[in-house]
Design a protein around this ligand. Structure first.
Ligand code: NAD
Ligand code: MG
Length: 398
């Protein structure tokens, strides 16, 4: 029986993970659930899954959660605050942690799970982008194992020989990450001046949280994934390529020196990657419809348009710069995406903010968590200043 903590239980990945858990009560049990501030949604999940521990990150919402659980006569320990997230990630109640908090807010708990030697199922890609070397060191210290939930990295993981192989010794020439291209694929800069958050969040193939949906629209999601692949698989940047594949059926590919190219295919449904990681090395049903190749009929591949979607270029640039440049990239992106979703920044201002931030904020080798959070804060403050100069009157008045 795997005892699982789900950090970010009320989100899109959280829902998919709980769906897989529910299908296999004899194998999986959700022993702790954590969320940000939606007490009603978390209480509903507690009623369905009966965890030992429920954590609400924002303490202001803890009384509501306690009342709801008491009213429904559900016995479950309730904890609140940032330290409680760490407890949920490290306590004896779990051996497996699904890290599915969005953004930098997930870093401390993700790191803590790694250091505690839990089996870490990583969706929170911002954590590895911010703190790749720290996360790898924490995993080595804890002796646990990381299994990627991001569909591309899960695909690469499935196409590589077991463990975390030395890629050159394993004969790997390139990792090819596929990208759907998002809702604005094929558009040019002039078409993107007026796009709204609603259009940016209307992804053609995946239903996801709003932040990652905007990242998919700017191609920053793929940029973050290039950095994620670099750290997860020890691949140099020049061996990681992005190919646009509008159907989202081929989730990624690994090319070997003998000319073999292995790919993982499936319908675009996160439950495949989640079930794979939860049960690995076994396989369990995920509730995903079988792939109907005859109905799909064709698979297309295109080069990404990095002139229009500058975020992908900026991510490669930050990876090449090394150290905390990817921490700055992530912080600037989180601030810019939040401002765009709030109507305070035009869509094209996202890449502009990140570019200026990367130019202005000093970077250093990755140090400890405190130093990294300091860099994160400096970059956010800088990004906010840039955003205030880029926000248009029309947008801020609307
Ligand atoms: P979401 O917005 O749907 O859910 C986010 C979850 O994080 C919620 O449960 C929320 O309560 C929690 N959360 C937010 N801020 C928090 C805070 N300060 N403290 C504690 N909890 C907090 O997002 P999502 O789409 O599920 O994405 C989650 C992560 O998974 C992101 O890093 C995303 O990039 C990654 N990911 C998502 C998908 C997908 O299909 N949705 C695919 C690959 C990777
Ligand atoms: Mg992905």
């Amino acid at each position: 029986m795997k005892r699982i903590t789900i950090l970010g239980a009320t989100g899109s990945i959280g829902a998919s993970a709980l769906d897989v858990v529910q299908r296999h009560p004899e194998r999986f049990r959700a022993t702790a659930l954590a969320a940000h501030r939606n007490a009603a949604a978390l209480a509903d999940l507690c009623a369905r899954f009966r965890p030992q521990l429920a954590v609400i990150a924002d303490p202001a919402h803890a009384p509501e959660l306690r009342e709801r659980l008491a009213a429904a006569r559900i016995q479950c320990r309730v904890e609140a605050g940032a330290d409680a997230l760490i407890q949920a990630a490290t306590g004896a109640h779990c051996d497996t942690v699904v890290a599915a908090i969005v953004g930098a807010a997930g870093l401390p708990s993700t790191l803590a799970a790694a250091r505690a030697g839990k089996r870490l199922l990583l969706a929170n890609k911002e954590a590895i982008v911010m703190a790749g070397p720290l996360l790898l060191a924490a995993l080595a210290d804890g002796g646990g194992e990381l299994l990627p939930l991001d569909s591309e990295h899960n695909a690469v993981f499935q196409c590589l020989p077991g463990g975390r192989p030395d890629l050159a010794a394993a004969g790997v020439r390139r990792i090819l990450l596929t990208a759907s291209g998002g809702p604005f694929r094929g558009l040019k800069t002039a078409d993107l001046t007026q796009v709204t958050p609603e259009r940016a969040c209307a992804h053609p193939n995946w239903r996801m949280g709003r932040k990652i949906s905007v990242d998919s629209a700017t191609l920053m999601n793929k940029g973050l994934e290039v950095i994620e692949a670099h750290y997860l698989f020890g691949a140099p940047a020049q061996c990681i390529e992005v190919v646009v594949h509008p159907q989202s059926i081929v989730h990624s590919l690994v090319e070997y020196v003998d000319g073999s190219v292995l790919a993982q295919l499936g319908n675009p449904d996160m439950r495949t990657a989640i079930a794979c990681a939860l049960a690995w090395p076994q396989r369990v049903a995920a509730g995903v419809a079988p792939l109907d190749l005859l109905r799909i009929a064709r698979l297309d591949f295109q080069e990404p348009d990095i002139d229009t979607f500058g975020c992908l270029r900026l991510a490669y640039q930050a990876l090449a710069a090394g150290g905390t440049a990817t921490t700055v990239l992530n912080a600037a992106n989180e601030e810019a995406v939040a401002a765009f979703l709030d109507g305070r920044l035009p869509f094209l201002g996202i890449a502009a903010t990140i570019e200026r931030c990367l130019e202005a904020v000093q970077t250093a080798p990755v140090g400890d968590l405190a130093a990294l959070l300091d860099t994160d804060l400096t970059a956010r403050r800088h990004a906010q200043r840039i955003i205030s100069t880029l926000s248009t009157p029309t947008l801020s008045n609307s």
